[in-house]
Design a protein around this ligand. Structure first.
Ligand code: ZN
Length: 239
């Protein structure tokens, strides 16, 4: 079994008859992997009500400084993440990469389905609605120097934490996993407990996946290392 087959099989396991809700958890485990049916609110986005409330307060405050925060990504289901993953995989393969190289390339910015913080309804990708949008908006350079979202970044770096929003994929060079994402903010009061529950869940997944036919040690190592470097490779105050 190659790495991709292992990943597919690993997440098939999670899907989800074997995934028993743990009574010690506050959140239904299905919600933590994007397969639940959470109550979400928002006009042009979808967030947990508590997160939306804090977001609206932050937006109102930013607006007073002439910054219109626009959410370009919020809640994302397992299926949606799977589409992103599959499309990128095909694209990188068509560029001549082998399976392993394609996966390594995908996980520079995108998560394995079932492991995205966007599954939780607590995380947002934002831009400034003021400047005209040209091409791909989520590029780090657009948030720095003379980029269109430099003012937004500076405002968020100063004020977002007052509303509970932190940057998981910060600029710390010693951080592992996903690259710097100046656009991705997480509502800490909800996402911290959800991550803690999520990590419990993954330990169980790893135990289950050891029963897979053909899953060799190397592939298990990949998944374990991915959880450590990518899922946990975030701003320390969000752990
Ligand atoms: Zn994001």
């Amino acid at each position: 079994m190659n790495r991709l087959e292992f990943i597919k099989a690993g997440f098939a396991i999670v899907g989800l008859s074997q995934l028993q809700p743990d009574k010690s958890m506050n959140t239904d485990p299905h919600l933590l992997i994007g397969k639940g049916n959470p109550r979400l609110v928002g006009k042009n986005y979808a967030l947990l009500p508590e997160v939306d409330k804090a977001f609206q307060q932050m937006s109102a405050s930013a607006l007073k400084q002439g910054i219109t925060i626009k959410v370009v990504s919020s809640y994302r289901s397992f299926e949606k993440q799977k589409n992103i993953w599959n499309n990128k995989f095909l694209r990188f393969k068509s560029q001549g990469m082998d399976d392993e190289a394609a996966i390594d390339k995908i996980i520079e910015y995108s998560t394995l389905p079932g492991t995205s913080r966007h599954h939780w309804g607590t995380d947002i990708d934002i831009i400034d609605a003021g400047p005209p949008e040209e091409g791909d908006v989520l590029l780090p350079q657009k948030f720095h120097d003379n980029g269109p979202y430099n003012t937004l970044r500076q405002w968020m770096e100063t004020h977002a934490k007052d509303y509970g929003f932190l940057l998981p994929y910060n600029r710390d060079e010693n951080r592992t996993g996903f690259k710097y994402e100046p656009w991705h903010y997480s509502y800490a009061p909800k996402s911290i407990p959800m991550l803690n529950q999520y990590l419990e869940l993954n330990h169980r997944e790893l135990i289950l996946s050891s029963d897979l036919n053909g899953a060799d040690g190397l592939d298990k190592e990949f998944l374990e290392s991915y959880i450590k470097t990518h899922v946990m490779g975030i701003e320390p105050s969000l752990l």
